[in-house]
Design a protein around this ligand. Structure first.
Ligand code: BTN
Length: 224
């Protein structure tokens, strides 16, 4: 499964995922769009994604086939490429030292036969806006490291997007940032207890009942 060819690199664009989606219907599996800078980068739940020009990896891949475990498999690939200290906040934020260094946005159109996997990694970002300073992090590398990071990430993605689900869950669980921690979401709170075989988050509520979350946003609480 070749990923990353053909490749369209744009010095500046609105969003690599918007460009990839515009090409997706006629694109081969593995088409890659990258950019040095985005003017309208976006993430999940209507969030925006920004990085100073040349300091972040900004990429979107068109996939014509993808595993059910895509959100978790992509996170494992990004975390593995980021290094041994990288952890994953369910479902697929990648953290180092509890700060988010990478975000993943997956948009799927099964009827049209494509998925677009958008990934932003703060490879060499030096400074964040005040409102992100406590939650965003960087790998602390140099701008010249962005391209080699992409090369390594593409090969990790090729492996993890074709791995079997049990292997993905095992690798994901080894990097679980939430396990044993108190978390809350827009429907309750409890202690994170890992993921099930389908990648859904398990949370034990104060009363002892285990809740299964398969979508939505989990907010890190204090260490439990
Ligand atoms: C998130 O954390 O909510 C996901 C962030 C995804 C950001 C990447 S940057 C490259 C691609 N283009 C976008 O507009 N978004 C993704």
């Amino acid at each position: 499964m070749t990923l990353g060819a053909p490749r369209l690199h744009l010095r500046v664009t609105d969003s690599t995922s918007e460009r990839a989606k515009a090409l997706a219907r006629d694109a081969p599996h593995g088409l890659l769009v990258t950019a040095g800078e985005q003017t309208a980068g976006h993430g999940r739940q209507g969030r925006s994604w920004s990085a100073p020009a040349g300091e972040g990896l900004l990429m979107s891949l068109v996939l014509r086939e993808w595993p059910g475990m895509l959100p978790l498999a992509a996170a494992v690939a990004v975390a593995e490429t980021a290094g041994p200290d990288a952890r994953i906040k369910w479902p697929n934020d990648v953290l180092v030292a509890d700060r988010k260094v990478a975000g993943i946005l997956i948009e799927v159109r099964p009827a049209e036969g494509w998925a677009v996997l958008g990934i932003g990694v703060n490879v060499a970002v030096r400074a964040f806006p005040a409102e992100l300073r406590d939650i965003a992090g960087s790998l602390g590398r140099e701008p010249r490291d962005v391209e080699p990071f992409l090369t390594s990430l593409l090969s990790a993605l090729a492996r993890w997007l074709t791995a079997d689900a049990a292997a993905v869950i095992e690798a994901w669980s080894a990097r679980d940032a939430l396990r044993g921690r108190e978390i809350s979401w827009n429907g309750g709170s409890g202690t994170a207890e890992g993921v099930d075989a389908d990648g859904r988050l398990l949370v034990r509520e104060a009363g002892g009942e285990v809740v299964v979350l398969d979508a939505g946003e989990v907010h890190l609480g204090r260490l439990g």
